[in-house]
Design a protein around this ligand. Sequence first.
Ligand SMILES: [Zn+2]
Length: 278
Amino acid sequence: MTIHYVTTVEDSLSPLQSHIKVLQLLATCFFFFFHFLCFCFSTFETSYKSRALRFCFNLLMDSSSDHPPSSSLRSTEDVQKVKFCQWCGGSTKHGIPEGEERLRAICTSCGNIAYQNPKMVVGCLIEHDNKVLLCKRKIEPSYGLWTLPAGYLEIGESAMEGAIRETREEANADVEVISPFAQLDIPLIGQTYIIFLARLKSPHFSPGPESSECQLFSLNEIPFSSLSFSSMVVTLSLYVEDLKAGGKPKFHYGTINKRPGTSASDINAYTLDHHMQS
Ligand SMILES: [Zn+2]
């Protein structure tokens, strides 16, 4: 009876109804296949392998060189660029955590918040025979331009230890720190510079792996037209002013701000605000 009934129904379909039925069948197959692909993709996304890849990607993105480009801006846009958690590799969501006011990247897996705070750059202004020691950069950014030996402070070291280490790395020079000379904040790029006055323990120096040359310059020879960063222009300008005023170097605090409407690459297009000296 059943076979007879089915045969009877199919026999009764018109050609148009048969086509519609075939199309419905194809649409159903496509629907299930599409969802199967989505399932496979999401599984891969959360797999360990994918997380490991993301983790490596985050590490690479975070391993910036000594001085980030001056155009990099710590802002909402930067927070939104943090797509994956640096601890577990999970995806992040972006929102304002309870009790806070700023947008943060929050891990959807482990819940850690990726706080982005300013980095500290430490270095030495080395005096020797009424000259100062500068290094010509052999790395980007600012390849081929002159700088004081300076770089990012590492976890576990003091600012002074970091400045001495950077001087050893960039100029193969052993120095003794005399006093702090300048703290310069650069809010736009999330950096604070601490520069120490120092003297050579012995009159020996040579270019380290990140430098192509190291050279002593008298005050009138300092290559202001080919310095690497605004922070170096400010530091060396303050130093020259102090000495030309006939006194000893003072201690300076200030905030370096970009002049509105100027090019990010123009290291002289800054204002030194809140300048205090003692
Ligand atoms: Zn996480």
